[in-house]
Design a protein. Structure first.
Length: 237
């Protein structure tokens, strides 16, 4: 085999890119649901205030990262008074985030998925999630029975290449496994526990859900495609 295509260079590049993207990360294991207290849009920025069980605000600091429906947001303020059972946490959501995610549709009373960022010693029970939403998927079909729920999501064709059967995907902040792939979309299979702990249990046909494809798949596909384009005709097997 004679190849100028340097596999080690590709691996080193992949490793560097993945590590760079993990300065803040999540696991896709939704800890609880928070409730929107207010979502006020002014001059392209949404001032978002959520109420949440105060246990999930312990040791929180200004500037910390929290995934809301899978979108990494920065804490601008928070409040827990004494022995209050419920606290509040605030964020500024910029126009780019509002364009790419379903946070633009939040209203008072809306329930959102909530996950604090990983700390040293955190169990990685799901998969590595950055909190950078790539696109939204529209619910086309929901099939529910006594034991499980199947949801079909439709997404833009440009994202299909990053979605693999039995691969990881993050949907509204929840780490899930991809089921059957179909043209223009894919199926999810949800257990009762997921439906109870996340807001996927109250989703309806037509709802838009935040999608983050698996970062390692995303990086691998893009890097290999880049090297193949760059080295086309310069290697042979």
């Amino acid at each position: 085999m004679n190849a100028q295509f340097n596999l080690m260079t590709v691996c080193d590049t992949l490793r560097a890119i993945i590590l760079e993207n993990l300065s803040v990360m999540f696991t896709g294991i939704v800890q609880t649901q928070a409730t929107v207290v207010s979502a006020v849009l002014r001059e392209g920025i949404m001032k978002l205030v959520l109420s949440v069980d105060s246990r999930y605000l312990e040791k929180l600091t200004h500037g910390a990262s929290i995934a809301i429906n899978g979108c990494c947001l920065t804490v601008t303020d928070f409040e827990v008074r004494g022995a209050d059972v419920v606290g509040q946490v605030s964020f500024d959501v910029i126009d780019e985030t509002l364009k790419l995610t379903n946070l633009c549709g939040l209203q008072q009373g809306t329930r959102v998925n909530f996950e604090r960022s990983v700390t040293f010693g955190t169990e990685l029970g799901g998969h590595i999630v950055s909190g950078h939403v790539h696109c939204q998927g529209a619910i086309e079909q929901i099939i529910q029975d006594a034991d499980n729920c199947r949801i079909k999501l439709a997404i833009d064709d440009q994202w299909i290449k990053y979605i693999l059967y039995k691969g990881f995907i993050c949907v509204n902040g929840a780490s899930l496994t991809v089921g059957k792939l179909e043209e223009g979309g894919f199926w999810l299979h949800l257990i009762p526990e997921t439906l109870t702990l996340t807001n996927l249990g109250v989703a309806h046909v037509g709802d838009a859900l935040n999608i983050e494809v698996d970062q390692q798949t995303y990086t691998t596909v893009n890097t290999v495609e880049h090297y193949l384009r760059k080295n086309r005709g310069s290697f042979s097997l």
